[in-house]
Design a protein around this ligand. Structure first.
Ligand SMILES: [Zn+2]
Ligand SMILES: [Zn+2]
Ligand SMILES: [Zn+2]
Length: 145
C-alpha cells in the first residue's frame, strides 16, 4: 500500500461523511452518492457499496461508471428506436450473442423506457432478452378481466 492510495481512500471517506455528491448534487451524510446517482448504478455496484471490504474500490468503480454514463459519448440511442436510451438491459449476456466483446455479464443493450420491460426494482430487460427468456411463444396474457 502506498501512501498515495491511503490518501485517496481518506478522500473517499471524507466524501462519504460530507453532503456533496461527486456529481455536485446534495447527498445525505454517510451516503456514498446522491439519490440520482444511486439510481443509475447497477444492482451489483450497489451491493458492493454495502460491503465494507473493498468499499473504496467499489466507490471508485461506481464513480467511473457514472462518469462514463454521463459522458456524451456514452449516451446511446435505443437499439430498437431512435429515442435516447435510458436503461441498459440486465438480461444475461448469453442470451444476446451479438454482444460478446466486453466482459460484462449482462446484455447491456441500450434501450428507451418504452422498449424496456421492468422485471423488478432496477432490473429491466430488452425485447431480445424478453424473447430469449420466455419459456416458449407466450400467448398474450391478461385482458381476461
Ligand atoms: Zn450524484
Ligand atoms: Zn426504444
Ligand atoms: Zn438484453
Amino acid at each position: 500500500m502506498t501512501r498515495q492510495l491511503k490518501q485517496a481512500d481518506a478522500e473517499i471517506y471524507t466524501e462519504l461523511a460530507g453532503t456533496k455528491c461527486s456529481c455536485g448534487r446534495r447527498k445525505g451524510a454517510g451516503k456514498s452518492f446522491c439519490w440520482q446517482c444511486w439510481c443509475k448504478l447497477r444492482s451489483a455496484m450497489k451491493r458492493a457499496l454495502y460491503d465494507e471490504r473493498g468499499y473504496c474500490e467499489s466507490v471508485r468503480q461506481a464513480k467511473q461508471f457514472l462518469r462514463e454514463r454521463e459522458a456524451p459519448s456514452a449516451r446511446r440511442r435505443c437499439k430498437w428506436c431512435s429515442a435516447w436510451s435510458t436503461k441498459l438491459c440486465d438480461g444475461p449476456r448469453a442470451h444476446n450473442p451479438a454482444i460478446v466483446s466486453h466482459q460484462r455479464k449482462t446484455c447491456d443493450a441500450p434501450m428507451c423506457d418504452e422498449h424496456a420491460k421492468s422485471i423488478g426494482p432496477d432490473r429491466d430487460l430488452c425485447p431480445d432478452c424478453v424473447k430469449a427468456l420466455a419459456p416458449s411463444p407466450v400467448p398474450e396474457q391478461g385482458r381476461l378481466l
